[in-house]
Ligand binder design. Structure first.
Ligand code: SF4
Length: 250
């Protein structure tokens, strides 16, 4: 699964959905196929490094659809469609919903286009998807990743927190630093900065890190105080760089 932000408006054909291979209503019950999905997005205020934010928004939209189980991102994306919705669920409708939900939640998304390849034998099977992945998609991921690398924790005055998972884990908080990705892997430090710009009242908070209690273990007074409040007064200390002593809640 890929989401690409394009700088050139002409590269996105608004609301165009291209399905290569059979849709859900054209396959027998119980079928299983490799799948490739790509969404392109353009907006006059959208920067290239907004891709991570919109990828997350897109996954949220997919995961919230009735009868659809979607897990992971990028090359580990996996989804299943429940039998009870199979008679009214198609990939085309799914893309229409993702585009409509994204545009209505984030009006800076002015144009969106979708392409889905279902790797059935008649369109080239898994080899077609693998070829597109290697030749087209992975170079885009390398470029996108390179924009997020190269910053160290000492270079910044603020960290960020994420509380998205409190929907099902009420005492859970992640602290995001340039060198410390959360285990879920869905949001980087740079991505958190952008999320704050786009959605300042969302699930990301900006945290001035203040003076360290221990720089080696990555413990900060201000972060401890924030954790205590945000974990419903259950976690008093956090060592950013330890998985054994006062580790992150995840
Ligand atoms: S694991 Fe942490 S960073 Fe990832 S979504 Fe949950 S709270 Fe946010």
């Amino acid at each position: 699964m890929n989401l690409e932000v394009t700088a050139n408006e002409d590269e996105v054909r608004d609301n165009v959905i291209q399905i290569i291979g059979p849709d859900i209503d054209e396959t027998p019950e119980g079928s299983s196929f490799p799948i490739g999905m790509e969404f392109k997005i353009w907006g006059s205020e959208i920067q290239p490094d907004y891709d991570e934010f919109f990828m997350r928004a897109m996954c949220d939209n997919l995961e919230g659809m009735e009868g659809l189980m979607g897990v992971n991102t990028r090359h580990t994306w996996w989804m299943r469609v429940a039998k009870r919705v199979a008679d009214r669920f198609t990939l085309r409708k799914m893309c229409q919903a993702v585009i409509a939900l994204t545009k209505s939640a984030y009006p800076i998304a002015e144009k969106m286009e979708a392409r889905i390849i279902v790797g059935a034998p008649e369109v080239g099977g898994p080899e077609l998807i693998q070829q597109i992945l290697e030749e087209e998609i992975k170079p885009k991921w390398d470029l996108s990743d390179s924009r997020r690398l190269g910053i160290e924790d000492d270079d910044v005055d603020n960290f960020f927190s994420c509380t998205l998972c409190q929907g099902f884990a009420p005492n859970h908080v992640c602290i995001l630093t340039p060198e410390r990705m959360p285990f879920c892997g869905i949001i980087s430090y740079k991505g958190a900065q952008i999320a704050m710009e786009i959605d300042p009242h969302g699930y990301i908070d900006e945290l001035p890190k203040g003076e360290p209690i221990s720089k080696a273990s990555g413990q900060y007074q201000a972060i401890n105080e924030y954790m205590y409040e945000k974990t419903n007064r259950t976690i008093k200390r956090l060592n950013l760089y330890s998985t054994i002593k006062y580790p992150m809640t995840s």
